[in-house]
Design a protein around this ligand. Structure first.
Ligand code: NAD
Length: 272
């Protein structure tokens, strides 16, 4: 960050970031914020069409950014795709911030009895293996480019911390795995200067959840009753947390379960 009198360059000035699932709710808001704060961003997503729309929006909302923005299709459950996006940044000087944000919550995910095995496998492949591949190739790139500091942010969820009576067992298990994996990565790579933190969002106002809830008032209230603030979180509120974890302001924050939930996981009863 520039001192008084210097031109403000942004909290991520000079950093190269990769965001997976960048066409979605959190991914797009984070892209825009990272660009405004001076980073160069590679937006990646499984959907080419969604990426094209998202990058147009990012350019519209962060028009005078000093960094560059590029897009690349990537299915995070395929290692060759993940390797390709990370190696794409070789010509930029390598990755500094890896935001393993892509994730799914499938409509057929249910309880222990009703969850189909193929939905279980699909969910683990994207939500867990995708984060492993993203972390692995980020580490390889950081070593190749001889970086001594970096931030890897892995998206878990509050359901990694508290059980949900509205079952989504494959999703819950996958996010628990992200949390545990991230803690271990944080410790193993701490002396290299590579920080790993998990983001734990509460239910948000993004397509992932809102498309699934639709106009089902009862399903919606089943959740809203548990929010101390009385509302869903917004993607920008997660983007702000990701910005802090990505920046050097969080240089001593490592291995944390960074909970962004309006107090939900700390509530016994909620205000009326
Ligand atoms: P979203 O559905 O708006 O966006 C997710 C993006 O990931 C989409 O653009 C989608 O195309 C992409 N994607 C799906 N499968 C992919 C794959 N195999 N490879 C690459 N990209 C893929 O979701 P969001 O709300 O922005 O969620 C982002 C992350 O936050 C997810 O990991 C999600 O589990 C987590 N999260 C969300 C909530 C919530 O309530 N929305 C709560 C807790 C955690």
């Amino acid at each position: 960050m520039g001192s008084i009198g210097e031109q403000y360059r942004g909290r991520l000035a000079g950093k190269n970031a990769i965001i997976t699932g960048a066409a979605g709710g959190i991914g797009l808001e984070t892209t825009i914020l990272f660009l405004r704060e001076g980073a160069s961003v590679l937006m990646t997503d499984i959907s080419d069409a969604a990426l094209a729309k998202a990058v147009a929006k990012a350019k519209e909302l962060a028009p005078h950014m000093p960094g560059k923005v590029d897009t690349m299709r990537c299915d995070v459950s395929k290692e060759s795709d993940v390797q390709a996006i990370v190696e794409h940044l070789d010509s930029w000087g390598g990755v500094d911030v890896m935001f393993n944000n892509a994730g799914i919550m499938h409509g057929d995910d249910d309880d222990a009895i009703a969850t189909p095995e193929k939905i279980w496998d699909l969910t683990q492949n994207i939500n867990v293996k995708g984060v492993w591949f993203g972390s692995k190739h980020a580490i390889l790139s950081l070593r190749k480019h001889k970086k001594s500091r970096a931030s890897i942010i892995n998206t878990a969820s509050v359901v990694a911390l508290v059980g949900s009576a509205t079952p989504q067992l494959a999703y819950t298990a996958s996010k628990g795995a992200v949390l545990a994996m991230t803690r271990e990565l944080a410790i193993v790579h701490a002396k290299e200067g590579f920080r790993f933190n998990s983001l734990c969002p509460a239910p948000l106002n993004t397509p992932l959840l809102q498309d699934w809830l639709g106009d089902d008032r009862e399903k919606r209230m089943r959740r809203e009753i548990h929010f101390p603030t009385g509302r869903f979180g917004e993607a920008i509120e997660l983007a702000q947390a990701a910005l802090f974890l990505a920046s050097d302001e969080s240089s001593f924050v490592n291995g944390t379960d960074f909970v962004v939930d309006g107090g939900m996981t700390k509530a016994y009863v909620t205000p009326q």
